[in-house]
Design a protein around this ligand. Structure first.
Ligand SMILES: [Zn+2]
Length: 133
């Protein structure tokens, strides 16, 4: 006959072993932190200039906020590594989307101008609205 308390004790010891192994496991650096380090590295190397349009990037700025861009998009097999990333302003990053580096060269300036035009129009629209007092 199985001794209930023994079985419970065994289970508790087993669980304690699992917990210990979990606590002592080699904890990998979270991806978010790793990417933040890569971005800081690229910003230093690129002198805070966007890799694509060379605008001076500013943390917290709406249009020139620095972002980490995957040169070869991850959706197209690019790896998530420091070597496959550059610092790019938010506009270039959005405009680039999942284009490959060679596709970007010709299309990016046009895309960027388009985005900027759209933002300008929105700004005009806002200016033209009657102000509430
Ligand atoms: Zn840019």
């Amino acid at each position: 006959m199985i001794d209930e308390s023994d079985a419970e004790q065994q289970a508790r010891i087993k669980q304690a072993e699992i917990d210990t192994a979990w606590t002592n496991r080699e904890s990998p650096i979270p991806t978010v932190l790793r990417r933040r380090e890569w971005l800081a590295y690229h910003l230093r190397r690129q002198n805070d200039l966007c890799f694509y349009c060379a605008v001076k990037m500013e943390a917290g700025a709406l249009l020139t906020r620095p972002t980490l861009d995957h040169c070869i998009p991850r959706s197209r097999g690019g790896e998530d590594s420091r070597e496959n990333t550059v610092a790019a302003c938010i506009l270039c990053n959005i405009a680039k989307g999942d284009m490959m580096p060679d596709e970007v060269r010709s299309l990016l300036p046009v895309a960027r101008v388009r985005v900027l035009n759209r933002l300008d129009k929105r700004a005009e629209w806002r200016r033209d609205r009657p102000r509430r007092l």
